[in-house]
Design a protein around this ligand. Structure first.
Ligand code: S3P
Length: 190
């Protein structure tokens, strides 16, 4: 697909993947490129709750956070935005059903070692606070990889790709996705 093919304004990508994979930063670049607002689901939850993520985990536990996350996802999915989700957004079946029904969903996949280096010691991520990030990510990956696979329309294997190269690859995918779905997109415009 040619780089210059414009992506229509009714393509609303959702980014999924483990902590540290670049959902927020690539989401930001993608939203600029597509001329869409970015909703970062974690920020949305924090604003709505008036509490930080560590505060929510401390006061309501992980399940309490997951309730807020499910509620937030249901509110925003399908809006004309780029949506960047938290790593655990695939944990609940109801969320997976929403993600599966929405396209295009993009999984940003990196090696666990790379992710662990990026997030080790991050106090804003309660799941890894005071723990070895790599071991935790290995445990999360075991549970979540099948879910990411189930929900994703496209997997970007980032490898050593920097943000710019990742953005380019995502845009390329979106152009091909748009091309394949051009009938539906045109129909929904009518
Ligand atoms: C979580 C990931 C975080 C945040 C919360 C739980 C997870 O988002 O939603 O700390 O379960 O993996 P990021 O993936 O943006 O770090």
């Amino acid at each position: 697909m040619v780089d210059s093919v414009k992506i229509q304004s009714d393509v609303y990508p959702v980014l999924i993947g483990l902590m540290g994979c670049g959902k927020s930063s690539i989401g930001k670049l993608l939203s600029k490129e597509l001329g869409l607002k970015l909703i970062d689901l974690d920020h949305y939850i924090v604003e709505k709750a008036g509490k930080t993520i560590p505060e929510i985990f401390a006061e309501q536990g992980e399940e309490g956070f997951r309730d807020l996350e499910s509620e937030a996802l249901a509110e925003v999915i399908g809006k004309p935005v780029v949506l960047s989700t938290g790593g655990g957004a695939v944990m609940r079946a109801e969320n997976r059903a929403l993600l599966e029904a929405h396209a295009p969903v993009i999984w940003l996949k990196s090696s666990l070692e790379f992710l662990a280096n990026r997030i080790q010691g991050d106090n804003n991520r309660p799941l890894i606070a005071g723990r070895d990030a790599l071991t935790t990510l290995q445990q999360l990956a075991e549970v979540r990889y099948p879910y990411y696979t189930q929900c994703a329309d496209y997997i970007l294997h980032r490898g050593k790709m920097n943000k710019a190269a990742s953005l380019k690859a995502v845009l390329e995918y979106l152009r091909s996705w748009q091309y394949e779905h051009s009938d539906e997109l045109t129909a929904s415009d009518k």
